[in-house]
Design a protein around this ligand. Structure first.
Ligand SMILES: NC(=O)c1ccc[n+]([C@@H]2O[C@H](COP(=O)([O-])OP(=O)(O)OC[C@H]3O[C@@H](n4cnc5c(N)ncnc54)[C@H](O)[C@@H]3O)[C@@H](O)[C@H]2O)c1
Length: 324
């Protein structure tokens, strides 16, 4: 039988890029989210492509609804992205736990009961603590998890949950730990600032990135392909993998952006590094996938600049996000 993907978090940034790639590959997908307005997917897919997608509203906290959607659609693979980010978990910890912890458990329950072949799900670099705790570089997948935010604690619970679903019921999965995802559609959370800087450069607006120091930058298109390929590659165990991408200082990123767009007015906060290690070892991911999708930084920025210019010309991007 042909593959049938279930995607959660379809209206998010990475979800939109997963839809772009599944559409390109001609793979059937049930695209779900608690929201129903495809604002981000419409940045990447045209009206015909959007109309061809099977959209279904799904709240991942609803265990019966998650079970039904997997059963009714003959789902073979799940890419699970639905989640609330750091500020939302901090503002409403109970809702954060319901979505990020219970929601993920519901996905694994449905996978277990309906013979899903492979699950990939979003963990996060947030499962790690500040960089000084990780003297051995590059930082391996199996270092101690010492999350300092509720979001990170919830994602660490997801990783352990996946491990038990393999141990007890042989649900095969791959957990992925993105760090700073950039690209068209990345518009919320502090780590969206590099993506917003590229948008600002395309729009001729000034922008201030709220951090400096080393980061691991990963383009949303590459990350989406990693999620799709990982769901397919999951066939034994429940590995959890770091993503690497470009490990770069924020000032070097800004310098490169200004080389490409000399008029860009991008600044960054000094002495305000993000509290995670950046020099990440992605050997585990290479072991799972063989080749890890990767677009060189300059190429990815140039493609985003071109896409943003088109979207700005057609009035599809809200520049209010630069002030948020
Ligand atoms: N973007 C990053 O830099 C980054 C880094 C590390 C981890 N992640 C993780 O990757 C995943 C996707 O990231 P993103 O940037 O696309 O996030 P996003 O915030 O853009 O999208 C998340 C989506 O989840 C949906 N959602 C929220 N509650 C839901 C519910 N109860 N049921 C169903 N859907 C619900 C939202 O409507 C939204 O469309 C998230 O789990 C996130 O924590 C992202």
């Amino acid at each position: 039988m042909a593959d049938k993907f279930l995607l959660t978090g379809s209206m998010g940034c990475i979800g939109a890029w997963v839809l772009r790639n599944l559409t390109d590959q001609g793979i059937d997908v049930v695209a779900t989210d608690v929201q129903s307005d495809p604002v981000r997917p419409s940045l990447l897919l045209n009206e015909q492509e959007l109309a061809a997608i099977d959209w279904q509203t799904l709240d991942v906290t609803d265990v019966k609804a998650v079970d039904k959607i997997v059963a009714d659609n003959g789902v073979s693979h799940i890419v699970h992205l639905a989640g609330l980010q750091i500020p939302f978990c901090r503002a409403n910890p109970s809702l954060g736990a319901a979505v990020n912890v219970t929601g993920t458990t519901n996905i694994f329950e449905a996978a277990r009961h309906h013979g899903v072949k492979g699950v990939s799900y979003a963990s996060s670099i947030g499962v790690m603590g500040p960089p000084e705790n990780y003297p051995n570089k590059p930082v391996a997948d199996d270092v101690p998890l010492i999350a300092t935010t509720l979001y990170g604690v919830y994602k660490a619970a997801n990783e352990k949950t996946a491990g038990v679903y393999w141990q007890d019921w042989q649900v095969a999965s791959v957990g992925l730990r993105p760090y700073v995802v950039y690209g068209t559609g990345r518009d919320q959370g502090m780590s969206a600032d590099p993506a917003k800087a590229v948008l600002a450069a395309a729009a001729g607006k000034p922008f201030h990135i709220r951090f400096d120091g080393p980061i691991a930058l990963q383009h949303a298109n590459d990350v989406a392909q990693i999620f799709i390929n990982s769901a397919r590659a999951a066939d034994g165990g429940a590995p959890v993998c770091n993503l690497r991408g470009d490990v770069i200082e924020v000032d070097a990123f800004v310098t490169l952006l200004q080389e490409i767009v000399p008029a860009a007015k991008i600044t960054f906060e000094k002495n305000a590094p993000l509290p995670y290690p950046a020099d990440l070892d992605d050997a585990g991911l290479r072991g799972v996938l063989g080749e890890v999708p990767y677009t060189p930084l300059r190429d990815a920025i140039e493609a985003d600049l071109a896409r943003f210019s088109d979207l700005l010309a057609s009035g599809k991007v809200d520049l209010a996000q630069l002030d948020a």
